[in-house]
Design a protein around this ligand. Structure first.
Ligand code: ADP
Ligand code: ZN
Length: 293
């Protein structure tokens, strides 16, 4: 049985076809243009694939409340044409199969819980530190929603004492995303993160902000695993620095051996690597199919 998966991003849509065990058999990448054109190309990819269901993990903010008239829409975005666009319906109606829908980061959290670093656990949080910063929350074996959905990328952070950078968030300036996203790194240091050497002072500052977000997630949600993904986390030296800062910051208060003794296995990269979002979308498709049968 084949399931379709779409990781709908602001820069690119990654579409894939996979099986119930989370294996992606075929994929394609479509640059994000205007909605009709982009969706046209997505549908073209799935046309001859005979998928039984489709899952979409989308950039946002999006409406994930099934009883809302705007369910399945992208709500507000500066991306031309996408504000208010009914992405879920456009795809579900054209393909005529059950469709699952959630944020890209919630999808990634689900993918990791099903097949990745949090496999077999009841909860995890997934952070993406990329063009934006986002958090997906899997709690008590399901994805967390609420009034809208978690927006942990925009939590306030305590400034690093050596950091005079104003921040890049158009809403808050120096929130987590404003201080720690890929574009924040690039603006603060004058070149993209990928070009900054491992020993650069940028990384201690970056770890300081990420660690605060991780501590907040631990204190608020008590996850069984914290997964850090996204382009910036390709800088693997950040992991030991974040773990160290989290341990120091919590200062023994949360008395779990996972944190006190095994933090290397607690704050980890995605087990599915850069496929967390796509596999998560596949899992959303599977869930949609299970709900209908
Ligand atoms: P997106 O968030 O757009 O889905 P990514 O997760 O790949 O995509 O994040 C892209 C951001 O991550 C860019 O701002 C880029 O500069 C940054 N980035 C990508 N690779 C690296 C790297 N190796 N080191 C540091 N920053 C990186
Ligand atoms: Zn913000």
């Amino acid at each position: 049985m084949l399931i379709g998966a779409i990781e709908a991003g602001g820069t690119k849509f990654v579409c894939g076809v996979g099986t119930e065990d989370g294996r992606i058999l075929e994929r394609t990448r479509i640059p994000t243009g205007r909605p009709e054109e982009t969706v046209g190309r997505v549908l073209e990819f799935f046309r001859d694939k005979s998928v039984k269901a489709i899952g979409i993990g989308s950039f946002g903010p999006i409406d994930v409340n099934p009883s809302s008239p705007q369910y399945g829409h992208i709500t507000t975005t500066p991306k031309p044409g996408w504000s208010g666009y009914p992405l879920l319906a456009a795809i579900r109606d054209a393909l005529g199969v059950p469709a699952g829908w959630d944020t890209d980061v919630n999808a990634a959290a689900l993918g990791e819980a099903k097949w990745g670093a949090a496999r077999g656990l009841d909860s995890c949080v997934y952070f993406t530190i990329g063009t934006g910063v986002g958090i997906g929350v899997y709690a008590e074996k399901r994805l967390l929603h609420g009034l809208v959905h978690p927006e942990g990328g925009h939590i306030p952070v305590r400034r690093h004492p050596e950091d005079g950078f104003a921040g890049v968030c158009p809403y808050h300036g120096d929130c987590l995303e404003g201080m720690a996203s890929g574009p924040a790194l690039e603006k603060r240091w004058g070149k993209p993160g990928a070009e900054l050497p491992t020993g650069h002072p940028a990384w201690a500052i970056e770890a300081h902000y990420i660690a605060q977000a991780v501590m907040t997630a631990i204190l608020m949600l008590s996850p069984h695993k914290v997964i850090l993904g996204g382009g910036v986390m390709h800088q693997t030296q950040l992991f030991p620095a974040v773990r160290e800062a989290v341990k120091r910051g919590l200062n023994g208060y949360v008395r779990a051996p996972e944190i006190l003794e095994r933090i290397d296995e607690y704050i980890v990269p995605p087990g599915l690597g850069d496929d967390a979002g796509l596999c998560g979308a596949l899992a959303l498709g599977l869930e949609a199919l299970e709900r209908t049968s």
